[in-house]
Design a protein around this ligand. Structure first.
Ligand code: GDP
Length: 144
């Protein structure tokens, strides 16, 4: 299985609910290593660039408003099959449909305020990590 990197965001609702620690604990105990991390308050431009693929969707404006409504914890995670495994830990987009024990089933309120983001493919992961982190902000050596 290939070692991958993926972008994770604990969205403003997760920060507000004080579940940063709970979410990170799940990553670390599932061998997803944090290789970059920062708490940021996204600008509108930064958010629109990040969510550009959703530009035509009817909820685009609401999502931009939500993601810029407060600080987010952005992280790059690394591990074998990290993209798929992170999304499995997150659960379905709509928490009502998320499997029990997933981050969204446990902490999310609704389809928009769903606590976490995770890249969905290697190409999007590379774009999204580059959108928030410079190369020298990503650690190359993290212990096993
Ligand atoms: P994800 O990959 O599971 O995060 O889901 P998507 O890529 O489909 O959507 C991106 C984000 O847009 C989601 O995580 C939600 O925050 C938001 N979103 C998705 N669907 C809806 C919707 O129907 N209404 C609203 N308001 N937001 C949505």
């Amino acid at each position: 299985m290939a070692v991958e990197r993926t972008l994770s965001i604990i969205k403003p609702d997760g920060v507000r609910k004080k579940v940063i620690g709970e979410v990170i604990k799940r990553f670390e105990s599932n061998n997803l290593k944090i290789v970059a991390a920062k708490l940021i308050h996204m600008s509108k431009e930064q958010a629109e660039g990040f969510y550009a693929v959703h530009k035509e969707r009817p909820f685009f404006g609401e999502v931009i408003e939500f993601i810029t409504s407060g600080p987010c914890m952005v992280m790059a995670l690394e591990g074998e099959d990290a993209i798929k495994r992170n999304r499995a830990l997150m659960g379905a987009t709509n928490p009502a449909e998320a499997e029990a024990g997933t981050i969204r089933a446990d902490f999310a309120s609704d389809i928009q305020c769903n606590v976490v983001h995770g890249s969905d493919a290697p190409e999007t992961a590379a774009f999204e990590i580059g959108h928030f982190f410079a190369d020298n902000e990503i650690q190359n050596i993290i212990w096993d």
